[in-house]
Ligand binder design. Structure first.
Ligand SMILES: Cc1ncc(COP(=O)(O)O)c(C=O)c1O
Length: 364
């Protein structure tokens, strides 16, 4: 019997979520962020499912873009961090990729490249502004001159000003408003398209929508917010991660389960062993009590997650048998909730799923 740990990816749910993102800003376009193998869902499959709807796709680096082109994706692809070395500019032209530009060094590389390659045309450049997150982006004082230099390049067909919010998922904090003011100052007097919003921006900050959205996590049905949120309530889960019970035993009162003997049975307890562990990407930080879904209701982890297995308390499931399927996250156990138990965010759980997990696609 094969190890039966499966990530079922619902492509129609992802399409629904993309359309929901776009519906938040009727006149905006949206780059579907599918970096990190579409947050663990499979970039080529997700891109194919979105090819009719999506205005463009966003990836972290050229390798991810080339994988999409090899997979037959013809839509625009934006490199969110631009190019890491000058050699990539050839590939950017050859594969008609859009590139972010986050530093004056990248701008100088592009200018030098275009001095040699006078035949190049039709480049799309997204100038990234550091409006306060202090991770990537040109300094606000350099934005106007960088834009002028870009606009002077005849090979550059379009320029978008982009920036990224540090705290858009925390609506009470003033940081996003401060970043918005900085962006307004940096671009004052310039008529240029803007792209500012990740999922949290799309869902909560309409004043920041502008021409281009960049939704990521919401495409996969997870929320960037810690608290319930009206748009989040309309998302559909993009993935159900499930496995099987591979063994059941009676553990006497006082005996412990798993590494570190951290969970001790208070009464005689049936314990199920599941075929899932941290080498699959199911977090070792999921503590005892983390919910799973078994036969139409919840059960809870009992004992530490190990590399290939996890254990569950069957006290409320006398009917459970070896071979029963168990949902680890999906429609019944939101990935956001599992992330809370693990002290992390849904991004790390979804993108951390490893090759060992079989992906199965529904509704192409
Ligand atoms: C530049 C950029 N835009 C958009 C996104 C999408 O963010 P989210 O997944 O929170 O929607 C990311 C993700 O980290 C990003 O780095």
């Amino acid at each position: 019997m094969a190890r039966n740990l499966i990530a079922d990816v619902d492509l129609s749910a992802i399409r629904h979520n993309y359309c929901l993102a776009r519906a938040q800003a009727a006149h905006a376009h949206a780059v579907a962020i599918i970096k990190a193998d579409a947050y663990g869902h499979g970039a080529v499959r997700v891109a194919r499912a979105l090819e009719t709807e999506a205005d463009a796709f966003g990836v972290a680096a050229i390798e991810e873009a080339l994988e999409l082109r090899e997979g037959g994706i013809t839509r625009p692809i934006l490199l969110l961090e631009g190019f890491f070395e000058a050699e990539e500019l050839e590939l950017i032209c050859q594969h008609q990729l859009w590139t972010a530009m986050h530093s004056l060094e990248q701008l100088a590389l592009l200018e030098r490249f275009l001095q040699q390659r006078t035949d190049v045309s039709g480049l799309h450049v997204w100038l990234k502004i550091d409006s306060g997150m202090h991770r990537l982006g040109v300094h606000p004082d350099d934005v106007q001159s960088a834009l002028e230099r870009l606009q002077a390049l005849t090979a550059v067909e379009s320029v978008v000003a982009m920036s990224h919010f540090a705290c858009a998922d925390e609506p009470q904090r003033p940081d996003t408003l401060r970043q918005l003011q900085q962006i307004d100052r940096s671009l004052s007097g310039m008529n240029i398209a803007r792209s500012l919003c990740n999922s949290a921006g799309v869902m909560h900050w309409p004043q920041a929508h502008h021409q281009w959205l960049r939704p990521g996590i919401m495409l996969y049905g997870a929320s960037p917010f810690a608290e319930p949120q009206p748009v989040a309530a309309q998302l559909k889960p993009g993935m159900t991660l499930s496995t099987e019970i591979i063994a059941i035993r009676e553990v006497p009162a006082g005996d412990a389960v798993g590494y570190g003997a951290s969970w001790i049975a208070e009464v005689p307890t049936r314990i199920a062993t599941l075929a899932v562990g941290y080498a699959d990407g199911y977090s070792r930080h999921a503590p005892s009590g983390t919910p799973v879904w078994l036969n139409g209701r919840r059960a809870a982890l009992a004992g530490r997650v190990s590399m290939d297995m996890a254990t569950v308390d069957l006290s409320l499931h006398p009917e459970a048998r070896v071979g029963d399927r168990v949902e680890l996250w999906g429609a019944n156990i939101p990935v956001n909730e599992v992330a809370d138990y693990c002290g992390t965010i849904p991004y790390t759980l979804l993108s951390g799923l490893t090759r060992r997990v079989k992906r199965r696609y529904t509704s192409e």
